[in-house]
Structures are given as structure tokens and as C-alpha cells.
Design a protein around this ligand. Sequence first.
Ligand code: ATP
Ligand code: MG
Length: 475
Amino acid sequence: SFKLVRVSDTPSPPPNITSPTPLRLPATGPDSTPSPATNGSQSPLSTNTPSSEGSLALPRIIPIRTSSPSPHPDAFASPLVEKAGPRAALYWDPKTVRVAVVTCGGLCPGLNNVIRGLVNTLWYRYGVQNIFGFKYGYEGLNPATSIEVPLNPWTVRDIHNFGGSILGSSRGPQDPKIMADFLSSKNIRILFTIGGDGTQKGAKSIFKECEQRGYEISVVGIPKTIDNDLAYCDRTFGFETAVAQAQPPLLAAHEEARGARNGIGIVKLMGRDSGFIALHASLGSGDVNLLLLPEMNFTMEQIVDYCVKRFTEPVRGMSNTVRDHVLIVVAEGAGQNLCTPSGGLGRDKSGNQVYGDIGVWLKSELGKQLKARGIEHSIKYIDPSYTIRAAVVNASDAAFTLQLGQAAAHCALAGKTDCIVGIVNGLFVHLPISRVIEFRKKVDLRGPTFQAFLDASGMPIDMARQSEHKSAEQD
Ligand code: ATP
Ligand code: MG
């Protein structure tokens, strides 16, 4: 009988219910295995992690403010999530269960750390010894292209010291039927999908295909988005590392800008649809004068005017001093209406829209327009994206990815499925895949963090104000 616990995405009780009903009963059937992770010979696990099911009413935990509400706000006004952590009873027998791991989509700092956290927890905490990595994303789950990598504490022992993913990655669709055939032919009962929104949609389609066939499988995602735009979650791995890694290029661009008369430094940072990296990196730098985010709706004229102002207007209270340089941070998804040719640039293999290069475009356009106004200047452009994506995580993300890997291992062995592990208001939780792919978090241009940047930088407030209308409209 089918007893896997699909993390529920049913609408939760109305907010005025004070004691929330639990999600669903844990999978503690008569044949379930006592968990070595809760009563093993090693140090007992902390009592504040649930050894039985913990469910939480989410108004206490969420709502996370986003400028773009969920398409169905009523359906998720008061969602429930489960606390992550080890359970008293396991659904899968660690001695026999066979586990697969894939990493898909673009690189992000911390992929190897998640793999290592997962593998070591499965192996040492539970005694799982059949763990297989499949290389190059979902291509690894197609027998025509599959490359298997054995995963054990020995093969993962050093991988946290390197960026990238030992399992590689890919984009592009694979037939869920073929992947389900592949998984069942190998008797894989736990699949970990480390990847972004596309990956988790893929994970869902694999789960659905398996469910339809009555093939029981725990599909547990570890969501990857360097942009930190995952719905409902405080933080995703790699984000803090990206913010830290952006500092040297920002410092360099600032020096380049200050080193020339009317110098301009432009740094392009990641952020396809949400500008969190650009915003937090700019706050971290303290030297950024102009910040261009995907959430904003700016014109070239505003940018040129602001540069000219900084070149010519005296600093307040210092009539003989002008600012004479500009440091601009632009997120990759900003100004797409300006830099993408009409008709667009098509889509990548996974169906994601290809974006125009706003950094290169901005450098060239700003140069042209300043020249047209007769202003001598010098522009230096830095695009550190690939060095950031492939970086080794900082200590904070290392700790975070380790715990995500652990949480995912506990979650899967308890027989949870169709879910991801994430962090919400500081707690590790399980969330249904269907919820976290509903929308993306966006920078709130009326929120305190963006305001902090405006206050710190002197960026003209009208560039942000004019933008409000776009961020309210998006999604
Ligand atoms: P990134 O953050 O780098 O965009 P991602 O996981 O979103 O990560 P994608 O390339 O979009 O990266 O998707 C990864 C894999 O998931 C690809 O193999 C892709 O074909 C598959 N995928 C994407 N969208 C879907 C979908 N709607 N249904 C099934 N599979 C999907
Ligand atoms: Mg994606």
C-alpha cells in the first residue's frame, strides 16, 4: 500500500484557528523501522527537533513580504509547513534503500557541500550504503546518457573545498517516463534533486509519473537559487557567498572610476528576476552610487543625468568639491526593455528566456550619450558572474548547506516526498514543491532594505519611485 507522506499542499485552516491540525500522520506503519538517528549510540539528537511530526501554522512563520503576491493569495493565506529534522520512525530501511542524487541548472556556490552533507548523513547517521550520483543533471536519469558516480564518505571527503558540482549539470528536458523507468529499473527509492525552479518542476513531474505507476519514491529537492528568490524561504544557499564574492570587483571598479577624470565603473551582478544580490552587495560595499535592478523601470536619460550631476554638482556644503566618479551596479535582469532586441533572444534548452547583456549594452550606450553631451569620461566594465557562481562557499553558507543536506536526508528516510527543504524564519522546514515554484520573491522597492540603499547612496529617489509601478505589476 502507498504510504509515502506527500508533504501537503492543501489549503490550511483559516488564520483564526489557534491550534493548527497536524499535516498528515507520519509514516509509522507497523513495518516502519526505528530510526538510528533518534536513538542511536551517538549523541542523542536535540529534543527540540521533532522526533515525531511537527507542524506549524505559518502566520507565525511567514508571511514573507514580497512585492509580487502569489497568484492565488487566498489559497495560501495561512499555510502549514513541517519542521525538518529526524523522525522517530523511518519509512525506508537504510540497509536496503537505494538513493540517487542529481544537480541540475546553473552552477551555484555550495552544490558540493550539499552533496557531502547528504552523503555523510545517509552513510554515518543511518547506515545507507547504496548512494549513486548521476552526472549532468536529468541527462543522468536517461539510460542513453547516464553516467553513474558512486557516492560515499570517501568519494565526497574533499569536495566541499571546491566550487562547481562533482556531478556536473545540464539544461534541457528529459522525458519523465524514461526517467521513471530508469529509476524503477535500478530500484531507486529516494531521489534528491539539487537545482532551481526548473529542476524542482522536473522533480515534480518525475514524482507524478512514479505516483501514477504506483512506484513509491521519495523525491526531495534541495532548492538552489543564488538569487535568493525562492518563495517563502528566508535564504537559499550560495547567496551570501555571492554577496561576499562581489566585493573585490566592486572595490576594483570603484578604484578604476576614481582613478580617471569623470570615471565610471560598472559591475554586473547576478539577478535574473530579483535584485537581491545586487542590493545586498551594494549595501555591503558602501561605495555604490547607482543600483539598477530587474524590479525597476529606469530610462537611459535618468542614468546619464545622474552621472552628469555627479560630475558637475558640488558636494553639499563644499562648494569647490565635485564627486567626479560613479560606481554603478546593474543586475543581469535589469533594463531588459532597453537592451533586448524586439522579438527577444529566444529561449535556452530548458525553456528559460535568454536575456540581453545589460552590462555590455549600458557601457556602450552610456559612452555614446555622454559623448553626445560633450562630456569626456572613462568607463570600466566588470562582469564577475562566472567567477562568483563557481566560487567556494564562505563559512556561513558552508554551515547552511551542510544542514540542508542533513535535513534532506532525514526528510527522505522518513518517507516524505514531493517536497523541498528550506529555511523559513530561521527554522529548517519541509515545503511542498508546488508552493515554492508558485512565484519568486522580489526586492520590495518600498521596503527598508532598498530604502537603506537609497539613504546610503544618494541615488535619485525618482528612479526608484518611477519603478514602483513595474514591481507592483510584475508576475
Ligand atoms: P537555474 O537556477 O540555473 O535556472 P534550474 O533548475 O531552474 O536552475 P533549468 O535549466 O531551468 O535550471 O532546469 C533544470 C532541469 O529541469 C532541466 O533538465 C529542465 O529540462 C528541467 N525542467 C525545467 N522546467 C521543467 C518543467 N516545467 N517540467 C519538467 N522539467 C523541467
Ligand atoms: Mg531556473
